[in-house]
Write a new protein. Sequence first.
Length: 256
Amino acid sequence: MVGSLSTVLNEAQSPARIQASPEQVRMDSVPELDGKKITVAVYNFLDKTGQRKPADKIANLSSAVTQGAEVWVINALEEVGGGTWFTVVERVGLDNLIKERQLIRNTRDVYEKELPNGPTPLKPMVFAGLLLEGGIVGYDSNVASGGVGARYFGIGIKEQYRTDQVTVSLRVVAVQTGEILLSVSATKTIASYSQGGDVFRFLDMGTKALEFESGNATNEPVNYAIRTTIEHAVLQMIYEGVNKGLWKMQGVKGIK
């Protein structure tokens, strides 16, 4: 028990590190796009489940899933195929971007108006040909749960498990027409496991009691599971787009 506690403390005190992509191998193995990079916009990726974190005997106001899943969508689009597929334009912080551009324009109008050619114009913003919409559409708790335990003469052991499920949905929309070109969804199971044991005995003719309990639990991080599901959905989106003729992979005609 002391060893387990020291291990947890050491991990908690370890320096911050960059989290590797759960689907990194599959993301890197995607062939390059046959053509110019596709410009895509992601405005948001909302939690549409309305689920709260499970808690015993209290009302928990914390959401069960992240409220910033668009971060993982943008990251997956930037990294898939070694970064050869998509150019993602900023739309999540569009208001801040427009304010900053307006500040630059006003400053140049004031301090560069005496230049021969007038104030230096801003470059136009890049517009997207495709819009990526979707969200986290499902979070089901206690899809399966169970366990086993035994006790004999005050000595007991037990094991328990529980699984949840998270589902995300992605759709690709053509900006010029508003047509939904394709839609995909992906589901992942989130597993939780615990085990423990205890001893309860009376000693010295029942005048003293001995009690000992130990256990541990392992819970798959929900954020990690959501990132994995989003990356899988992005990969599925690319493969279905190839089969529908929306884009082409170098050296690949079709994917089964």
